[in-house]
Design a protein around this ligand. Structure first.
Ligand code: AR6
Length: 179
């Protein structure tokens, strides 16, 4: 399993799964969520509405993950997750770790070999990018070392795709400093 850190737009990544930093409504928003909905086309919003009508009438809880097709994206699937919102007092790193862990699990269930993450919660939701990076690398490693999760996963590539040069540098430094 390889971890790559890239500067760019996650909507262009030719991977099996891209992860969306959504909100609980699943009905779109700004930031990376808005970009993914624009690039995937209106079918994505329709699929999210379908999830709300069926299995998620109350919305997607913070720290949970759910998959849809990728529609017009190069990626075959989108895994939507809801990061903790620091401005709403959601400061528990376990919630953020859960976003990464549950997304990896969902991608594994789909049979994905590659997945790309944005810096979940590091934008509108107000988390420090360095902390997001540390939680992310830790969660990827725990996923791989947990019996029955990472060991049986077809995932070979985990990308972190960062939208600004600053955040890319923060992720690279955190990766080099991580155990
Ligand atoms: N590719 C990669 N990263 C991106 C892109 C992109 N195309 N666009 C933005 N980013 P945010 P959050 C980066 O705010 O903090 C939405 O309204 C961005 O620079 O998208 O989890 C949702 O609907 C930042 O580093 O997500 C929720 O309401 C990172 O993605 C709320 O925002 C995450 O920023 C979620 O807030």
């Amino acid at each position: 399993m390889r971890i790559d850190i890239l500067h760019g737009d996650i909507t262009t990544r030719p991977v099996d799964v891209i992860v969306n930093a959504a909100n609980s409504s699943l009905l779109g928003g700004g930031g990376v969520d808005g970009a993914i909905h624009r690039a995937a086309g209106p079918e994505l919003l329709e699929a999210c509405r379908g999830l709300r009508r069926s299995e998620l009438p109350g919305g997607l809880p913070v720290g949970a993950a759910v998959a849809t097709a990728g529609f017009r994206l190069p990626a075959r699937w989108v895994v939507h997750t809801v990061g903790p919102n620091r401005h709403a007092g959601q400061t528990d790193p376990a919630l953020l770790a859960s976003c990464f862990g549950k997304s990896l699990k969902a991608a594994t269930g789909l049979g994905a070999r590659s997945i790309a993450f944005p810096a979940i919660s590091a934008g509108i939701y107000g988390w420090d990018a360095r902390q997001v990076a540390e939680v992310a690398f830790d969660a990827v490693r725990s996923f791989w070392s947990s019996p029955g999760a990472g060991s049986g996963s077809p995932l070979e590539l985990v990308e972190f795709v960062l939208f600004s040069e600053d955040t890319t540098a923060v992720f690279r430094a955190a990766f080099e400093a991580s155990p």
